[in-house]
Write a new protein. Structure first.
Length: 452
């Protein structure tokens, strides 16, 4: 394959050309209640070519890897049609790299009947509660061999794995319906999947418990977010604002996201990086062949960095960060997050809640939305904090506000960093991209809380 790619790239001096070949095997299992609803095993082989001529990109994707040279010609011809201002890519030294997978407990090596047997145990646990109207399990793993080559002399082979799992349950009492769920994942390691009996029971119990919970009155509260919800907050509300294609294209956002601007106190540090090992968003090289990095976005409350592709780095005269990613060979790479998290501080959870007379402990997540600096998130669980103690469960709450005001009011960061590897990220039709996010417990003053 390397020789075939080399021949297709040879003597292409009138354009910057990248070839990507992807071989992928996925296994998917779905349970509804106690029954298997779907089992699938898919294998695919395909690729894409991206060409830059002047200011225009050409892109071709394909499932037949024959006649690569003709596909290169097509991508170059597409690029020449586009009449745009000439652009350049940030400099990069040519790379040759052949990656070797050293993953233990690889999910793709686990027989299908073992996977279904393990998941069936969790379906039985959730379905055995008579108050549960319906439950579901969605499981998916993937093994990917990815080849990237460009006519600047770069050739990279990487082997990647991914695993995602969601357990959910819905309880009903007459017309009252409540739900609970947990999203989990790994970089392909199956071992955690075997140990989720207590998680399945907790999902079932929580859905039933919420039927008896009261609704918290809407208003401003001191709120403590658990690592899962805090991680989703920093990913959705701040991480997307740090993607340089958004920043470059929007004059208002460029003014807001000015490097050196203070957003919080010295206790807040936010990082993104695929160089952080062993997580769903980890890799050695991005989909442009740029080495991965560990990038500070906020350091001691100050905006110090953002996420780049080679194109956005050149446009903004900054360094590339290795954040150009595509969900598959069918899409061109765009600027995406990898593993995004708040670094831990020194405060214990007990210290963090000790001074709160009446507040909210918000945990887990259902989803949310952002629009520029405005956000709305639904917590999956919530408790009252009273006199420094976690007290009664209340119905799930919705948090909303301005991300920058919220960062100003984020006054304390815990010491208990945990990473959430469930779910996935969506952008420009590419979803769900494997990522992780995380945080210690964090405390936010004057947070607007409403019913979910």
């Amino acid at each position: 394959m390397r020789d075939v790619i080399h021949e297709a790239l040879k003597k292409r001096t009138n354009a910057h050309v990248e070839i990507r070949i992807e071989e992928k095997t996925t296994t998917s299992v779905r349970f509804k209640d106690r029954e298997i609803e779907e089992v699938s095993l898919n294998t695919s082989l395909g690729g894409s070519i991206r060409a830059l001529v002047g200011g225009g990109w050409g892109f071709v994707s394909f499932n037949d890897i024959n006649n690569l040279d003709k596909k290169v010609d097509l991508a170059i011809n597409q690029a020449t049609i586009i009449n745009a201002e000439s652009l350049r890519l940030s400099d990069r030294s040519p790379v040759e790299h052949i990656g070797v997978s050293d993953l233990e407990n690889d999910a793709t090596a686990v027989p299908l009947h073992v996977k279904t047997q393990v998941l069936d145990e969790y379906a039985e646990i959730m379905g055995s509660n008579s108050a549960i109207q319906t439950s579901s399990i969605h499981y998916k793993d993937a093994a990917i061999t990815d080849i990237f080559a460009s006519n600047d002399g770069t050739y990279i082979e990487q082997r990647k794995a991914d695993l995602a799992l969601r357990l959910s349950a819905l309880a009903r009492n007459g017309g009252d319906v409540q739900q609970s769920g947990v999203s989990l994942g790994s970089n392909g390691d199956f071992s955690f999947v075997r140990k989720l009996h207590s998680d399945a029971q907790a999902v079932s119990d929580k859905a039933v418990e919420l039927l008896a919970a009261k609704q918290l009155p809407a208003g401003e509260y001191t709120v403590v977010l658990d690592p899962i919800l805090a991680g989703v907050f920093v990913h959705e509300a701040f991480g997307h604002l740090s993607e340089a294609d958004h920043v470059y294209e929007n004059q208002q956002l460029r003014e807001i996201m000015r490097l050196g601007k203070k957003f919080s106190g010295k206790h807040l540090n936010v990082v993104d990086g695929a160089l952080v090992p062993g997580l769903r968003g980890s890799y050695e090289f991005d989909d442009e062949g740029t080495p991965s990095s560990r990038t500070y976005l906020i350091r001691e409350g100050e905006l110090v960095g953002r996420l780049h592709s080679r194109e956005t780095a050149a446009r903004m005269n900054e360094k590339p960060t290795g954040n150009a990613r595509s969900i598959s060979h069918s899409f061109p790479p765009i600027v995406r997050m990898t593993n995004t998290f708040i670094e831990p501080g020194s405060t214990t959870f007990e210290e963090l809640i000790s001074g709160i007379d009446y507040g909210v402990y918000a945990q887990n997540w259902y989803g949310g939305m952002t629009s520029m600096e405005m956000f709305t998130f639904s917590a999956g669980e919530a408790n009252v904090i009273r006199n420094g103690k976690i007290e009664e469960t209340v119905r799930p709450v919705m948090l909303s506000g301005n991300v920058f005001k919220t960062l100003e009011h984020l006054d304390c960061v815990g010491n208990d960093l945990a990473m959430n590897q469930g779910g996935g990220c969506g952008k420009q039709g590419q979803s769900p991209l494997p990522v992780s996010n995380g945080s210690p417990h964090i405390r936010i003053q004057q947070c607007l809380v409403g019913g979910a």
